[in-house]
Design a protein around this ligand. Structure first.
Ligand code: CTP
Length: 408
């Protein structure tokens, strides 16, 4: 996996910098070429010589060092990297990257690279939990950076809590995953819906549901990372626009239907991770309903159209099924009723699964009746598994003309 790959290892000023020497060593042993870029503060903790002795390459520290060969060095380093890993990544470098600051060799390289960037943060627990750090990380995640979460335990500063550099093995796994990242959806158009919808009662109130949008956003990001051209159609959510895709924001199920149907016309794959409201108020009051004007309020609801059922044609349709009982039976019935190729069923009563969580435990059921129960996984990994299955359906369709084909 690592052989003949170039890894740009960025080291920043944390006590955990010494652990990066072990990381450089393991990467080199695995056959990777490792370019090490250190910040000035990193040099206070460990010397460039420690890295050079292991990687047999010059360790770059200064923006204005004379390069070995004449080239603009930060651009050359950024271009030849297959993956960039910053370990340890301090709160400071995270903040700089979140704002696009490029005032040293490492931050210049990150700004100039097109390779995937992984951050392995290490810092004091209060710095980690500080809102600004978490906001910066959320920004970077939305831009496609991968974060290897720090571990919990006793920290160098004496405090207990989250903030220790992740295990080197976990960092190596993240690097391998990034290098393995498939471009198997290159040239495919993928439409993903996410979040719940809001069905207005009056200008102030609405009927809604608890969908957070996280699963749909993870699906869209995973499809983007695998090379797809993605349109994300989302109901109201607190999540920011992910980079590298078209994002359409809608409020109601009817608006979502229009946006999905239009985008689906030119798409190869539709993934309906959204929870469009099944019903909407039959009438919407033009002005705010005053509580004095009524002794109670009876809402008449009318059904919304089923969006995924209305999408027809040469397209792979993936639905989600939120069930609280008889998971496989109910989800299979939904798959048939809505003529889907794949349904991702989750039991919303399970712990750490379903609405608002970062993890999900799902069962994949395809139109041939094949059932695959997955363990509890981060939503980003669930998304990858769903796409693995979608790709295998698309590949099967090449052999079987009855199945959907790629749109020309
Ligand atoms: N769906 C849709 N349009 C709707 C409702 C749901 O396209 N108006 C899609 C969802 O995005 C999901 C799938 O249908 O991919 C199943 O949604 P779910 O809420 O589990 O099922 P429902 O059909 O609404 O059935 P029920 O609520 O009775 O379980």
């Amino acid at each position: 996996m690592m052989r003949d790959k170039t890894v740009l290892l960025g080291v920043t000023g944390s006590i955990a910098a010494y652990k990066a020497v072990d990381l450089a060593s393991k990467l080199t042993q695995a056959g990777a070429k490792v370019d090490v870029v250190m910040t000035d503060s990193a040099k206070e903790f460990v010397t460039p010589l420690s890295f050079s002795s292991i990687t047999h390459c010059r360790t770059v520290t200064n923006m204005f060092d004379t390069p070995d060969e004449w080239e603009i060095e930060h651009v050359a380093l950024a271009e030849r990297a297959d993956v960039v890993i910053i370990a340890p990544a301090t709160a400071n470098v995270i903040a700089k990257l979140a704002s696009g600051i490029a005032d040293d060799m490492l931050t210049c390289c990150v700004l100039a690279t097109r390779a995937p960037v992984i951050l392995a943060p290490a810092m004091n627990v209060n710095m980690w939990e500080n809102r600004v750090t978490q906001e910066n990380l959320a920004k970077l995640r939305a831009r496609g950076f991968k974060i290897v979460e720090p571990g919990t335990g006793s920290l160098a500063c004496g405090a207990q809590g989250k903030g220790r550099l992740a295990d080197i093995e976990d960092i190596l796994t993240a690097i391998s995953q990034a290098l393995r990242a498939k471009a198997d959806l290159a040239g495919r158009r993928v439409v993903v819906s996410a979040g719940g919808t809001q069905e207005p009662i009056d200008p102030v109130r609405y009927v809604g549901n608890r969908s957070s949008g996280k699963m749909g956003f993870a699906m869209a990001e995973a499809a983007r990372d695998r090379g797809a051209e993605v349109t994300l159609i989302t109901g109201p959510t607190t999540l920011g626009d992910p980079a590298g895709m078209r994002v359409v924001r809608v409020q109601t199920a009817l608006e979502m239907r229009d946006a999905v149907k239009q985008a689906a016309q030119k798409a190869d794959i539709l993934i309906m991770a959204a929870a469009p409201a099944d019903f909407r108020p039959a009438t919407v009051a033009r002005s705010k309903i005053k509580k004095e004007s009524t002794r109670g309020l009876t809402l008449k609801l009318v059904p919304n159209p089923d969006i995924i059922s209305e999408v027809k044609g040469d397209i792979v349709k993936v639905g989600f099924a939120a069930e609280s009982e008889d998971l496989v039976k109910n989800a299979t019935a939904k798959l048939k009723r809505k003529s889907l190729h794949l349904i991702v069923a989750n039991n919303i009563t399970e712990a750490h699964s379903g609405f608002g969580t970062d993890t999900n435990k799902v069962t994949l059921i395809d139109s041939q009746g094949k059932v695959e129960a997955l363990p509890l996984l981060p939503k980003s990994e669930v998304a990858q598994k769903v796409l693995d299955k979608v790709v295998s359906l698309l590949n099967a369709s090449r052999k079987n003309p009855d199945k959907p084909r790629r749109r020309k």
